[in-house]
Design a protein around this ligand. Structure first.
Ligand code: IMP
Length: 431
């Protein structure tokens, strides 16, 4: 059975939760490899709504191993809350279902303070972060003052690490952000109290993955956010602080790239974005409002309204390239039903010149004028479609056009929030 990577190919919120949950049936191990609790996967199971921010969606399946890889930044408070909430809803019956990398970095209380203080101070260039301390936690990793899961086993060392991180961070908090300093002793004591509930999950993930894969296990690597939020390949600086592209599945979990058999990109049938930053196909009219309402486009993590717009094939082509996609899984096609025409952006005009590449710089992206092709819409309720042939001609026409523009097959199509509301043209786990 193959090992596959699932990533979002837009600005996050592509509906990965439902798809990963659906595909988890066919994988033995589900791995998160980047990001943190800035992600929010909404799952609907038997009319119960479950929102997961950190733990892989596979946790709803009792026979799976769920892994939080070294590339993830973990807020220990959130991890414990999520475990307890899952238990309260009758999921996660066995501790052995979850393992967290000993190399994963922790989101500390001061990371959250800095995240908020920076956004407040930087009102003009606001990124619109989720405020979960993600950026500052990755900063500490890069500057080598971060705290890792394995440090919890060495209290003396941990105490010193916290003190040395705070020597710098408190300077920033008090002198630059006008905030109160954080007491290293309090941070240490709190973390030691939390560590009792976490240490049982900490493990050597590369060793587990290597041995399970060698024995034939199939792994699904579950990306969070989306390609256009990647720190290198996204709309920098309006991005998250991790690599959201498929390549990070290898570095963020501790396997080599030759272990990956296929990469699937999840895309909404239209486009959304939360937070700041350029969004060439954004709609400010009734159609944008209609997509927002019909698609219930509110962030699962922050509850913010998502900005909505047409499908952008220029941005999607960029995502196809940087992820080497094997196929596309399209979600929320049902939301487009009722619109008289459907627009697809196939090029950008910049200063009178037509380009078909996704610009890296914000000043250019901010002034591109999208060029569209117009296709006829469809009116039917497609929530009951289970086969490609059940879709109205115009819906198929729309998907065929996207396949043609991206030169990648659309292998699955989601037509509603329930697991069953899915058309599978080619199963990602098919041999
Ligand atoms: P951060 O990841 O909290 O630092 O936020 C950086 C940017 O990424 C902001 O624009 C957020 O709105 C966006 N972002 C982070 N996580 C998600 C997500 O899961 N879905 C959509 N946008 C996200």
């Amino acid at each position: 059975m193959p090992n596959i990577v699932i990533v979002g190919i837009q600005w996050g919120d592509e509906g990965k939760g439902k798809i990963v949950d659906l595909l988890a049936d066919h994988a033995d191990i589900i791995v998160r490899f980047q990001g943190g609790n800035n992600a929010g996967h909404t799952l609907v199971v038997d009319d119960k709504k479950i929102i997961l921010h950190l733990i892989p969606s596979g946790i709803l399946h009792p026979d799976k191993l769920c892994i939080i890889g070294n590339g993830v930044v973990v807020d220990p408070e959130v991890l414990i809350e999520e475990i307890e909430s899952l238990r309260g809803q009758g999921f996660f019956p066995d501790d052995a279902m979850l393992r967290v990398s000993s190399e994963a970095h922790l989101i500390m209380p001061y990371h959250k303070l800095i995240d908020h203080a920076r956004e407040a101070k930087n009102a003009k260039g606001k990124i619109g972060t989720t405020g979960r301390g993600i950026g500052p936690a990755y900063e500490d990793k890069a500057t080598r003052v971060g705290i890792r899961m394995c440090d919890l086993a060495n209290p003396g060392f941990l105490k010193e690490r916290i003190e040395s991180a705070l020597a710098e961070r408190n300077f920033l908090l008090t002198r630059y952000f006008d905030q109160s300093p954080v007491d290293p002793r309090e941070v240490f004591d709190r973390l030691m109290a939390l560590s009792e509930k976490i240490t049982q999950y900490i493990a050597d993930i590369p060793a587990i993955l290597a041995s399970r894969i060698a024995r034939g296990a199939s792994v699904m690597f579950e990306g969070a956010q989306g390609t256009l939020l990647d720190i290198d390949h996204g709309t920098f600086p309006y991005v998250t602080s991790s690599h959201t592209v498929a390549g990070c599945a290898a570095t963020g979990a501790g396997i080599g790239p030759t272990m990956i058999d296929a990469v699937y990109g999840i895309s909404k049938a239209y486009t959304t974005r939360v937070g700041g930053g350029p969004f060439p196909t954004e709609l400010f009219d009734d159609i944008g409002r209609c997509l927002q309402e019909k698609g219930t486009e509110f962030g699962a993590t922050t509850g913010r309204k998502r900005r909505c717009g047409w499908f952008d094939a220029v941005a999607a082509q960029h995502s196809v390239r940087v992820n080497s996609l094997s196929g596309i899984i399209m979600t929320k096609l049902d939301v487009l039903s009722g619109l008289s025409s459907l627009m697809i952006c196939t090029g950008y005009e910049v200063d009178g010149r037509l380009i078909d590449e996704f610009p890296s710089d914000i000043p250019t992206l901010d002034r591109v004028v999208p060029r569209y092709i117009e296709l006829p819409g469809f009116k039917d309720d497609i929530g009951k479609a289970r086969d490609y042939s059940d879709l109205p001609d115009n819906a198929r026409n729309y998907i065929d056009k996207i396949e043609e523009l991206l030169a990648v097959p659309v292998t699955m199509i989601s037509v509603g929030a329930e697991r069953t509301q899915t058309i599978i043209r080619r199963h990602p786990f098919a041999p």
